[in-house]
Design a protein around this ligand. Structure first.
Ligand code: NOJ
Ligand code: CA
Length: 560
């Protein structure tokens, strides 16, 4: 394994594979494990350290696989357990670590436990694995409290018994097909530790934890008393009854112990990354990263900042200082399968940055230039980074998918108000022409825009100015520089260099890492002078007259 250091995760670059949309090996229009295996060499060559694969477990796919019916088996449309094991081994041979996605907040309504719960009576041990409650009001006709589903509508659904008579309600913070587990039940805790071991025993290097801030619920299930928060966002109140409660930390301390128990194995101790939408100002994220809890967490604060030097710098500073207190490395993430692709976000007017897809004008070329500049920024900050499939091709959000194609439950549950997240999940363009641009042999499950023909991996390979070439070069330079990757001469991860800001104009970000590396990002509207004796290691765009144009970034070797 090329990245054999036990500390690989402190500076690792992790590539996110949304399996349904990455590569289709068997020609049914849906991405799969065979597709991933065929593209592992591409990922190794790209220069990432690890892959994170979104849920590949047996699932009715009511929420793209985040509704898991069996955590120990592979969805037939994605492949088999044997293929998964071979894929893990092949990735390791190519020097790529493998992170899976675990979804502990809820199961599918088709999970054996939920079926048992439905067949059992109110008050039974089978129901005690979830949150079943009688309704309020005459005949229990109203939900037990006012909690709302992230996908729209109430967070409770009422059961009907065999005769069609309404009985208890059950809690689902996401779709009704995703009943929430009751983590105060020791059986739930034991089961998930066992699932971790199941995959760790198969060589998996770690887990991304879905909704890591959601598992602990206030036992009295009190009302929230509000109705218009944005739910996949930080909770605005302290002591929220279901987000970011202190009880989650106890779960992670025991998970850490499970991960550490693998220290003597070839892969070493295993690692975690938390998906936790928590309050930034209150420093809540660092609590997940205390030394006996999780290793890393996605830094959504950075992702939410617009193309603005002061805002980005404030986010970097806050991240570094708050995580430093617990000794955890930061991570940087610009896109994923839940948010609007950053080419599109950065191509919007500043005030529109958080608006839903398809509702505001976008200058895609401007967005792409800024995205290129953001790549060099992100890859030269301390810590690790995430690359979401397709961002290395400069893909924009697909904002005009035909409504009949939309699959995200958000579309239906919002009463067709929000299109949802399909626009960042369109299958990748690899090569050639329609029908699938090399994604597979059949029409893909979501249609690809015709102009993606110009953006395939094949079209961009060999073009020194393509976004793909920029990512390849940036990852290669990053790996070769000890200041950024922490690599020592022996190839082992060591200690990366601290970030030190340089004086600059207000709309420029300039910082050093160590005594001879500098990154400069121009977010303003005037070209910026660069130090005369600096050597350009890599720039996100050409530098006419040796100056840094607006919406451009550069990595420099400076003489100290
Ligand atoms: C976060 C995942 O990233 C998202 O795709 C999913 O819908 C929710 N968690 C529910 O599992
Ligand atoms: Ca397939």
């Amino acid at each position: 394994m090329s990245n054999s250091s036990p500390n690989w995760w402190r500076t690792g670059v992790i590539y996110q594979i949304y399996i349904r949309s990455f590569a289709d090996g068997n020609g049914d229009g849906i991405g799969d494990i065979a597709g991933i295996r065929s593209r592992l060499p591409y990922l190794a060559e790209l220069g990432v350290d690890a892959i994170w694969i979104t849920p590949w477990y047996v699932s009715p796919m009511a929420d793209g696989g985040y509704d898991v019916a069996d955590f120990r088996a592979i969805a037939p449309e994605f492949g088999t357990l044997a293929e998964a094991e071979e894929m893990i081994a092949e990735a390791h041979q190519l020097g790529l670590r493998v992170i899976l996605d675990i979804v502990p907040n809820h199961t599918s309504d088709q999970h054996a436990w939920f079926k048992e719960a439905l067949a059992a009576d109110p008050g039974s041990p089978e129901r005690a694995r979830y949150w079943f409650r009688p309704g309020h009001g005459p005949d229990g006709a109203f939900p037990p409290n006012d909690w709302r589903s992230v996908f729209g509508g109430p967070a409770w659904t009422r059961l009907l018994d065999e005769e069609g008579v309404p009985e208890e309600w059950y809690l689902h913070l996401f779709a009704p097909e995703q009943p929430d587990l009751n983590w105060s039940n020791p059986e739930v805790r034991r089961e998930f530790e066992d699932i971790l071991r199941f995959w760790f025993d198969r060589g998996v290097d770690g887990f991304r934890i879905d909704v890591a801030h959601g598992m602990d619920k206030h036992p009295a299930l009190p009302d929230i008393g509000w109705d218009d928060e944005e739910l996949l966002a930080e909770p605005e109140i302290a002591d929220h009854p279901h987000w970011d409660r202190d009880g989650v930390h106890d779960i992670y301390r025991s998970w850490r112990a499970v991960a550490e128990s693998y220290a003597g194995t070839p892969e070493g101790a295993r690692v975690f990354v938390a998906e936790a939408w928590v309050r930034t100002e209150a420093n809540r994220l660092a609590r997940y990263l205390r030394p006996d809890e999780l290793h890393t967490a996605f830094n959504f604060d950075f992702l939410k900042r617009g193309w603005d030097a002061a805002q980005m710098r404030a986010s970097v500073d806050h991240t570094l200082s708050s995580l430093n207190e617990v000794g955890a490395p930061p991570t940087w993430v610009l896109s994923n399968h839940d948010v609007i692709r950053h080419v599109t976000r950065y191509g919007r007017a500043a005030e529109d940055i958080a608006k839903p897809a398809g509702t505001v004008p976008v200058d895609v070329e401007l967005g792409r230039a800024r995205a290129r500049a953001a790549t060099l920024l992100m890859l030269s900050l301390p810590g690790g980074a995430y690359v979401y499939q397709g961002e290395e091709l400069g893909l924009a959000e697909v904002e005009d998918l035909p409504v009949e194609a939309l699959q995200d439950p958000i579309w239906e549950r919002s009463g067709h108000k929000h299109r949802g997240r399909d626009g960042c999940r369109v299958p990748l363009p690899w090569s050639g022409e329609e029908p699938a641009l090399g994604f597979g042999d059949a029409q893909p499950w979501l249609p690809q825009p015709a102009e993606w023909k110009e953006l395939t991996v094949q079209a961009q390979t060999g073009d020194p100015n393509s976004v793909l070439s920029l990512y390849r070069q940036a990852l290669s330079v990053r790996r070769s520089l000890a200041e950024l990757s922490g690599a020592s001469a022996s190839g082992q991860a060591g200690i990366e260099a601290e970030l030190v800001w340089r004086d600059s104009d207000a709309d420029v970000l300039a910082f050093d890492r160590g005594s001879s590396f500098r990154c400069v990002v121009n977010l303003g509207s005037e070209p910026v002078e660069l130090p005369a004796d600096a050597e350009v290691l890599l720039a996100s765009a050409p530098l006419p007259d040796g100056k840094l144009p607006n919406d451009t970034s550069v990595w420099l070797r400076i003489s100290s």
